[in-house]
Design a binder for this molecule. Structure first.
Ligand code: MN
Ligand code: ZN
Length: 497
C-alpha cells in the first residue's frame, strides 16, 4: 500500500471525506482535531461506549457523526502524554496505517491536547505508517481467489500539525531511512532463484545513482587476492560469487571511513553437511546481513550523511554438488591463516573472514561492524527479540547498545574470551570452522575475531531478527530490514562531522 504525504498546519483543515485519524493522550478529555471532525461533539460518547481511554496504541473505529467532513473516524491512543518517546511515534504511525486498509485518503490530526509534537515526531509518524504498509507482493497475481490484482493506488495522507516546517524537513530524512529499510526487506524477501550473487551485486550497483561508488569483484579477482575461505563456500554452486565494495564519501577526504560488512549467502543448503528439508526455504534469507548493509548505504547516501562509509558484502550460494567442498577440507584464507572445514553449514564465517580481512587491509577503517544471519545458537540464547552483539571494543559496543535502545532494534552483548577461542583450535590447521554445539554463537564470533587484528570491531548475529521475527506495528513483513535504522542511528549520533 504506497502512500503519499502532505503536511499542513491549518488546524481547521477539513478532510474532504476519507478517514480522519485523531490522536489522543491517555486520560485527555478529547482528541486532536475534534472540533473539525466532530463538530457536534458526539465522539466523547462513542469513546465512552467503546471504552476508549487513549491507552497507547489502542484504537476505536467510529462511523463519522452527522456533520463531519470525514467518512470514518479512527481514534488512536498515545498513552501517557509525559512519556511519549521517539520510538512511540513510529509505532503510533504504524497503528494508524493498520486502520487504513482499502482507504483512499486519510487525514491525521497529530497535535493531541497535552502532547508536544516535534517535526521529527510528525515525520516519524509518517515513516511508521509506511513501515506498516510495506508489503512484498510482486509475485501475487491475484488479490484473492476471484479478484484480479489491481494496480495499487497511493493512499493520500494529510498530516495536520503545528510543526509543519520542521516536519517537512525531517520527513526528507525519514524517507531516506524508509527507502533503505524497504530495500533491505525486498532483498531478503526475494527468492533465491531470482536473487543470486550476480543479481544481488547488480542491485547494489544501482546505488551509483545516489553517488555511491560501487565495485564488483568477480571470482577471478578474489582468487588473485587469495580469498580461499569465501571461494571454498562458493565452489559447490554453478552461480559464481561476487564481492561488492560500496563507498559513500560524504565526509572530509582525510577522515578514516566507518565500515560495514555483510554476510550474503543467497541460499544456504548447508552444503555437503546438508540441512534437513523442513524450513529450508527460509534460507533464502541467509543474506540478511548483506541486505542490511546495502540498505544502510542507501540511507547514508540518500540523506547525504557527512561521513565516509564503506559497505562490503560477500555474495555466495552454498550448494552441494560434485565440486562442493567437503568436511575435512582445509582452505587458506586471505589472511594466510588456514581453516579446517568441519561442517560446511558453518559457511557464513568463511565468507566473512575474507571480507573482514580485505576491509581492514584496504581501508584501515575507524571500526568494522559485520552483520550476519550466522547461527541458530543465537536464537537459542535470545529468541528473536534481540540480536547478539560481540565486540572487542567497549566504546563501540556501548554506542551500538544505545542506538539499539533508540531505534528499538535491540542488541544483547555476549562474551568473547580465551576459553572460547580455544574451542576452535584444529588438529590439522590453524583453526576449525565450528566449535561444536555449546556456545555456538560465541565460537562463531571468536572465529571472526581472528580476522580483525586491532581494528575496533563488532559482530551482530541477526539470525533471529532479520527474518521471521514476530510482526508488530512497524513491520508486517517476513524480511524485517533489521539493522538499517540501528546503524544509521549509530552513525548519526557518533560519527558525522
Ligand atoms: Mn549455514
Ligand atoms: Zn548460513
Amino acid at each position: 500500500m504506497p502512500m503519499k504525504f502532505e503536511f499542513t498546519f491549518s488546524k481547521s483543515h477539513r478532510p474532504a471525506g476519507g478517514v480522519a485519524v485523531l490522536l489522543q493522550a491517555a486520560g485527555a478529555k478529547e482528541p486532536a482535531g475534534a472540533a473539525v471532525a466532530d463538530p457536534e461533539g458526539i465522539l466523547a460518547k462513542a469513546a465512552k461506549v467503546g471504552k476508549f481511554s487513549g491507552k497507547a496504541l489502542s484504537t476505536l473505529d467510529v462511523i463519522a457523526p452527522h456533520g463531519s467532513p470525514a467518512d470514518r473516524i479512527v481514534l488512536l491512543g498515545l498513552g501517557d502524554a509525559a512519556a511519549v518517546g521517539d520510538h512511540d511515534w513510529l509505532k503510533a504511525g504504524g497503528a494508524a496505517a493498520a486502520k487504513l486498509r482499502s482507504a483512499e485518503k486519510a487525514t491525521v490530526f497529530l497535535d493531541a491536547p497535552g502532547v508536544e509534537v516535534s517535526g521529527k515526531a510528525a515525520a516519524d509518524f509518517a515513516l511508521g505508517m509506511e513501515m506498516n504498509a510495506y508489503a512484498f507482493e510482486s509475485y501475487k497475481t491475484r488479490k484473492s481467489d476471484d479478484e484480479p490484482k489491481a494496480a495499487q493506488k497511493a493512499v493520500k495522507v494529510t498530516i495536520v500539525t503545528g510543526a509543519v516546517i520542521a516536519a517537512k524537513r525531517a520527513f526528507a530524512t525519514a524517507q531516506a531511512i524508509g527507502e533503505g529499510v524497504f530495500l533491505a526487506r525486498d532483498l531478503v524477501n526475494e527468492p533465491a532463484n531470482v536473487l543470486g550473487p550476480v543479481e544481488f551485486a547488480a542491485k547494489a550497483k544501482e546505488l551509483e545513482k545516489l553517488g555511491v561508488d560501487v565495485e564488483i569483484l568477480t571470482d577471478r579477482e578474489m582468487k588473485k587476492l587469495g580469498m580461499g575461505a569465501l571461494l571454498g563456500v562458493a565452489q559447490g554452486s554453478v552461480r559464481p560469487p561476487r564481492l561488492v565494495v560500496m563507498q559513500w564519501k560524504g565526509g572530509k577526504a582525510k577522515d578514516k571511513p566507518v565500515a560495514f560488512v555483510g554476510k550474503g549467502v543467497v541460499f544456504d543448503t548447508g552444503g555437503i553437511s546438508i540441512k534437513p528439508a523442513s524450513g529450508m526455504e527460509d534460507m533464502k534469507g541467509d543474506m540478511g546481513g548483506a541486505a542490511a548493509v546495502t540498505g544502510l548505504m542507501h540511507v547514508l547516501a540518500a540523506r547525504k550523511a557527512s561521513v565516509n562509509a564503506v559497505g562490503i558484502i560477500g555474495l555466495v550460494e552454498n550448494m552441494p554438488d560434485g565440486s562442493a567442498q567437503r568436511p575435512g577440507d582445509i582452505v587458506t584464507s586471505m589472511s594466510g591463516q588456514t581453516i579446517e572445514v568441519i561442517n560446511t553449514d558453518a559457511e557464513g564465517r568463511l565468507v566473512l573472514c575474507d571480507a573482514l580481512w580485505y576491509c581492514s587491509d584496504r581501508f584501515k577503517p575507524q571500526f568494522m561492524i559485520d552483520l550476519a544471519t550466522l547461527t541458530g545458537a543465537i536464537m537459542v540464547a535470545l529468541s528473536n527479540h534481540y540480536a547478539g552483539l560481540f565486540s572487542n571494543d567497549d566504546r563501540l559496543a556501548e554506542q551500538l547498545l544505545a542506538a539499539g535502545q533508540t531505534t528499538q532494534e535491540r542488541l544483547w552483548r555476549m562474551p568473547l574470551g580465551k576459553e572460547y577461542d580455544k574451542m576452535i583450535d584444529s588438529k590439522f590447521a590453524d583453526m576449525k570452522n565450528t566449535g561444536g554445539r555449546h556456545g555456538g554463537s560465541v565460537t562463531a564470533a571468536q572465529f571472526l575475531k581472528r580476522f580483525v587484528k586491532d581494528t575496533p570491531w563488532a559482530h551482530l548475529d541477526i539470525a533471529g531478527t532479520a527474518m521471521g521475527s514476530p510482526t508488530d506495528e512497524i513491520n508486517q513483513s517476513w524480511g524485517s530490514g533489521f539493522g538499517v535504522r540501528l546503524l544509521d542511528e549509530l552513525v548519526r549520533a557518533n560519527y558525522e562531522s
